[in-house]
Design a protein. Structure first.
Length: 432
């Protein structure tokens, strides 16, 4: 088995987001490789409990964890972790850079004891902090892999209309900073050019790396499906009235819940649908969403479910007819993969991670244009699917195959072959 040293700042069993992404990559790869994982340790109790569980013994043998707390003590670590999960708190990056330097020292020590075949910078997936494994690679000659690399998408400014001045300025400035950093940041550039393999999370990342550095990368979504847990449809699915539509997400601006609500308002009265909204936000965000439904006079078509547990969301996906995903700025959203695993047809934008994950077999996509055009396009798509229930049933059937293609197991096998290729290339490049 190949020995892989992985830098995974965060990972945890039974979680989503970056924590779940890191954990699922690690456990999937551990079926095929011996892993040496350096992690921050916020979820050390959960991981050690998982490793100690006898039913995980076979995988646990291939997983060796090294803990690198981000603070000098637990109190400071907790304070910094809050900065991390408070998206937009730029103070975190000062501590995160120091953490990456410490991680590189731990990695060097591991490389002296073990014959490591690959150094893999796994997560956090944001491109602006590449860590220092690339420098360890330069010193040791061990091939360096970076990815999935995310955070390179540009916010579509046409969809900033309706936001306050602060939000519009924020997205404009963020777009400019992202472009500058990928083009000119010395450490980002050094990491990109040292890598034997680059993995892009979405096509936007691939295009940016190609445009600014003329480097190739492989597009592999950072999250995956559990194809063995594919959920069969219940018997009456897609046949009833109203057509059950599900929307899931935070009530932040990039999710564009308002576009979903306005699309429902555009439907003619003979298109009988019900939109269930799972998610929440600040008091102001909740009030604004509910008030918009009232102003549009669609309150009888909308059910605000509030914050829902993961199990509740899965149950709703299983019982729904269409998953309506209106986000305009994502890498690869976990809920989209979960919808595919549940055999739930998807309606979304042809953008971000959705453009790579959702093909014509499992859903319908509309182009990014402007909010008003999108509302019309979504309304037309819903009307079409409302009148063609056989199409919905066909899409649902196709989800099983797509779930296998996007499964964690398939992803691990793909990355394993890429690892082997990187090792072979490195050996061939080594002078006799």
């Amino acid at each position: 088995m190949l020995k892989i040293l992985i830098n995974s700042y965060t990972c945890c069993p039974d979680m989503g987001s970056e924590q779940g992404m890191g954990w699922n990559w690690i456990t999937s790869l551990a079926r095929h490789c011996v892993l040496f994982v350096i992690s921050e340790g916020e979820y050390r109790p959960q991981i050690e409990a998982w490793l100690a569980d006898s039913k995980n013994a076979e995988l646990a043998r291939n997983m060796h964890f090294y803990w690198n707390p981000i603070g000098l003590n637990e109190s400071e670590s907790q304070r910094i972790r809050k900065m991390c999960w408070n998206q937009g708190d730029w103070r975190f990056y000062k501590f995160y850079k120091k953490w990456q330097k410490k991680t590189a020292k731990i990695a060097e020590a591991i490389c002296k004891k073990e014959k490591i075949d690959i150094l893999h910078q796994l997560n956090m997936i944001g491109f602006r902090e590449p860590g220092y494994l690339w420098l360890v690679s330069k010193k040791t000659g061990i091939p360096f892999v970076w990815g999935p690399i995310g955070g390179l998408k540009q916010f579509p400014l046409a969809y900033a209309s309706g936001a306050g001045l602060k939000m519009r300025v924020f997205n404009f400035v963020k777009n400019k900073i992202n472009s500058w950093q990928i083009a000119y940041d010395k450490r980002v550039s050094a990491a990109l050019h040292q890598a034997s393999l680059l993995i892009s999370s979405i096509p936007d990342s691939y295009n940016a790396i190609k445009r600014y550095h003329n480097l190739e990368s492989v597009v592999i979504p950072e999250t995956g499906c559990f194809s063995n847990d594919f959920l069969d449809s219940f018997q009456g699915r897609f046949k009833g009235s109203p057509l059950e539509i599900l929307w899931v997400g935070k009530f932040d601006f990039r999710k564009r819940l308002d576009i979903a609500l306005k699309s429902i308002a555009k439907l003619s009265s003979d298109v009988n649908v019900r939109l269930k909204v799972c998610g929440s936000g600040s008091e102001n965000q909740i009030f604004s969403a509910e008030q918009l439904a009232l102003n549009l006079k669609i309150q009888d078509r909308i059910v605000f479910m509030g914050s829902c547990s993961h199990d509740t969301v899965v149950d709703l996906m299983k019982m729904s007819d269409l998953f309506f995903f209106t986000s305009v700025s994502e890498d690869t959203s976990t809920v989209v993969l979960e919808a595919i695993s549940c055999g739930l047809p998807i309606l979304c934008f042809d953008a971000c991670g959705m453009s790579a994950v959702v093909d014509d077999s499992v859903g319908m996509k509309i182009p990014l244009t402007n909010p008003e055009q999108s509302i019309n396009d979504f309304a037309q798509a819903i009307t079409h699917l409302y009148n063609d229930r056989e199409k919905l049933a066909e899409i649902s059937t196709n989800c099983r195959k797509r779930a296998v293609e996007l499964s964690w197991e398939n992803k691990a096998l793909q990355v394993l072959e890429l690892y082997k290729s990187a090792v072979l290339t490195s050996k061939n490049d080594t002078p006799d």
